[in-house]
Design a protein around this ligand. Structure first.
Ligand code: NAD
Length: 298
């Protein structure tokens, strides 16, 4: 069945996710603050909206994919927030990675207006967004997830129900804390090997088939030239930005404090990415953390 979908936030992830919904035969009304992001979708057949409210007018489904909590709260809440423009009964998929508390706040405000919302943050990177193989980690009511499932299946391969509103965000934050740690650890190990005379590709091949293997050594190697398709081989362009990883490690630190949990490696990783960002690398892909350990011409 073809639906009308309002899609807001067409960046590295939202752009290809919206493309996959278009390919599935849905009508897309799209909005982003960056005209170029909007243009790419229009060329693919979507209708450009002049405002977020225009994008959700008459929509059966609304999807948002924004950077952080402040963007999501800023968009939906307040007297002229987007919730006032969305029709009662509409299903909303909020796919950004944000604080669980923000997800619960926006979801409760939506429920008050009779709008059904799930938090559905994703894992799988830009490659997964393009290929339509993302993992969705959902928080919200069972029947809302079931209503969302046919759309999620057009953008992803694995769909998990973590629990009530906000639970998708908690699970996503735990995953990304581990991702930040393992990417820094992989960069550190490769730099150690190279400093001791090993070839980075040979060492990567060895680790990929040994007990240190992980997502970075299998799909997203941080060393330039080891994997042709990885951001490291494209001057760390595209992919998942250092500042977005830093945001997620900050969310992990907040969740840790709130629950009185202990996350020493997560804290160390947050500091490493913060240092890397202050050195001017905030917009590069997060695998550029390698630069902290290895300067090719330094
Ligand atoms: P991005 O910065 O590339 O895209 C965000 C887009 O939102 C931008 O185009 C921006 O202009 C737009 N935007 C911001 N505020 C807006 C508003 N009020 N109205 C309309 N558009 C607005 O970020 P991304 O890499 O696509 O990531 C989006 C979310 O997905 C983040 O929460 C991130 O943590 C998460 N995520 C990213 C990846 C990844 O590999 N990039 C992977 C998993 C999850």
């Amino acid at each position: 069945m073809s639906s009308t979908i309002g899609f807001i936030g067409l960046g590295h992830m939202g752009g290809p996710m919206a493309q996959n919904l278009l390919k599935a035969g849905h009508t897309l009304q799209v909005f982003d603050l960056v005209p170029q992001a909007l243009q790419t979708l229009v060329q693919a057949g979507a209708k450009a909206a002049a405002t977020a409210a225009e994008a959700v007018a008459g929509a059966d489904l609304v999807v948002t994919m924004l950077p952080a909590s402040r963007h999501v709260e800023g968009l939906y809440l307040g007297e002229s927030g987007l919730l006032t423009a969305i029709a009662k009964g509409t299903l909303v998929l909020e796919c950004s990675t944000i604080a669980p508390e923000s997800a619960r706040k926006v979801s409760a405000a939506a429920a008050q207006r009779g709008i059904r919302m799930i938090d559905a943050p994703v894992s799988g990177g830009t490659g997964g967004a393009i290929a339509g193989t993302l993992t969705f980690i959902v928080g919200g009511a069972d029947d809302d997830l079931e209503a969302a499932r046919p759309y999620l299946e057009k953008m992803g391969k694995n769909i998990f129900h973590a629990g009530d509103a906000g639970a998708g965000q908690v699970a996503k934050i735990c995953n990304n804390m581990l991702l930040g740690i393992l990417m820094a650890g992989t960069a550190e190990a490769l730099a150690l090997g190279v400093a001791n005379g090993l070839d980075p590709k040979t060492l990567s091949d060895i680790i990929a088939k040994s007990s240190g293997r992980n997502w970075a050594t299998e799909l997203y190697n941080p060393w330039p030239g080891v994997m042709e398709q990885a951001p490291a081989s494209k001057d760390y362009a595209g992919g998942f930005g250092v500042d977005l990883m830093l945001k997620d490690l900050g969310l992990a630190a907040e969740a840790s404090m709130q629950a009185r949990a202990t996350t020493p490696l997560g804290e160390l990783a947050r500091n490493l990415y913060a240092l890397h960002s202050t050195q001017g690398h905030g917009k590069l892909d997060f695998s550029s953390i390698l630069k902290l350990y290895h300067q090719p011409h330094g």
